[in-house]
Design a protein around this ligand. Structure first.
Ligand SMILES: Cc1ncc(COP(=O)(O)O)c(C=O)c1O
Length: 395
């Protein structure tokens, strides 16, 4: 074994010792709320298909029946053939972006290939060496990577600590050209919510730019499913509102709703938009098909929240969680190896639940990340907390 291989081996051994090894497992969707792994069926509590649209057979049938010569699968290769700036931006993109801009009441919306592409593209394009980025400590890895790729000074503030942000804004306002505040609306691993009226008032008071990642809130929150900023009545005050299509939309891609000037700047400078092949037309067609439907799914959004509240209530009664009000429900276990052991035990009972460990979450906070969907029955949601509590206590 050469030195390089030895180094990798040592790192893998260290991961094994700490219960931090990750693996890719083949999983097959198996209808509403279920998945199959190694020929066993499990209730899926680990995905992000919150409204169950990815396994809604009626919706999918309607989608494929409605395909026209412009997007019929058999008439096109699976790929789009070029970057959006070359020949990859087929007409579906324009329709989608115009409709998103209209919904969000912004000058423009710009679609990227994924939330990851978008988040690693925005800050390097918009923030320079004379700028400051203030970001929540628990921001998603894609946002952190975007900050690292930018040349701006970065300060991570304690999770949801708005007093700290105000202190930093006051201290640094005159030292930097632009200050960006970066936050998620529903935090991806904690399921807790940002206070957006407070954040928008701070950004207005200090003339900062607010960059809000609504990956887990679009489709899910707000009257038309535009996100938590819609629900909290401040969507028009967010400068860079980001949504992803890979979660509640059961699709692929992401968008930023922004002004005309920001749009022009990104089209000219965002490397993860410019230097990558565009999405296939079938992906964009799904999003155009879904847009008028998902905006009308207020009843599904209510069901999702009531499912989540039912689960949270049961977990609270079993002493397992304390706060939060969203479809992402973390049960903190602590040690990584214990979290993995609890998740494995729950698999024996037919539940697919992931143990989330460092570096995704801070040391000592390994957890089960329960992801509620509209497909889960109230009986199941009512009985699961006791099983989790007994399983965790037995280890
Ligand atoms: C908060 C947040 N932003 C961005 C992303 C990345 O989105 P995508 O899966 O479309 O790359 C995720 C994915 O988990 C996320 O949780």
């Amino acid at each position: 074994m050469d030195a390089f291989e030895q180094r990798l081996k040592k790192e893998q051994l260290r991961r094994e010792e700490q219960g931090l090894v990750r693996d890719i497992i083949s999983l097959q969707p198996a209808g509403a709320g279920n998945i199959v792994a190694a020929r066993h069926s499990f209730v899926n509590l680990a995905g992000n298909d919150y409204l169950g649209l990815g396994s809604n057979q009626w919706l999918i049938a309607e989608f494929y029946e409605g395909l026209t010569p412009e997007n019929r699968l058999e008439l096109f290769a699976a790929g789009s053939g070029a970057s959006r700036l070359m020949t990859g931006s087929h007409p579906g993109y324009q329709e989608l972006e115009e409709n998103l801009a209209r919904l969000y009441g912004t000058g423009k919306a710009l679609v990227f290939n994924s939330g990851y592409h978008l988040n690693i593209g925005l800050l390097p394009a918009l923030a320079g060496k004379d700028d400051l980025i203030l970001a929540d400590k628990l921001c998603h890895a894609s946002l952190i990577d975007g900050m690292q790729l930018s040349r701006a000074k970065v300060i991570r503030y304690p999770h949801l600590d708005y007093g700290c942000i105000e202190g930093l804004l006051g201290k640094y306002r005159d030292e930097y050209t632009t200050i960006f505040i970066v936050s998620e609306s529903i935090f991806s691993m904690d399921g807790d919510l940002a206070d957006l009226p407070l954040l928008t008032s701070l950004k207005e008071k200090y003339g900062a730019v607010l960059y809000l990642d609504e990956a887990h809130a679009v489709g899910v929150r707000g009257e038309r499913g535009l996100g938590l900023a819609e629900e909290q009545g401040v969507a028009d005050k967010v400068d860079l509102l980001v949504g992803t299509f890979g979660k509640a939309w059961a699709g692929q891609g992401a968008f930023v709703a922004c002004t005309n000037l920001v749009y022009d700047h990104l089209v000219n400078t965002a490397r993860s938009l410019i230097f990558t092949t565009a999405l296939p037309r079938i992906s964009i067609h799904w999003l155009n098909f879904l847009l008028p439907k998902i905006t009308a799914m207020a009843a599904e959004r209510e069901l999702l929240l009531s499912n989540a509240r039912l689960l949270r209530q049961g977990l609270q009664e079993n002493g397992l969680i304390t706060e939060g009000d969203s479809q992402i429900v973390p049960v903190i276990i602590g040690r990584a190896d214990l979290a993995v052991a609890v998740a494995n035990q729950l698999r024996q009972h037919g539940f697919w639940i992931n143990a989330v460990r460092p570096p995704t979450v801070p040391q000592g906070t390994s957890r089960l990340r329960l992801s509620v969907t509209t497909d889960l029955s109230s009986e199941l949601l009512a009985s699961l907390p006791q099983l989790i509590a007994e399983t965790a206590a037995a280890l």
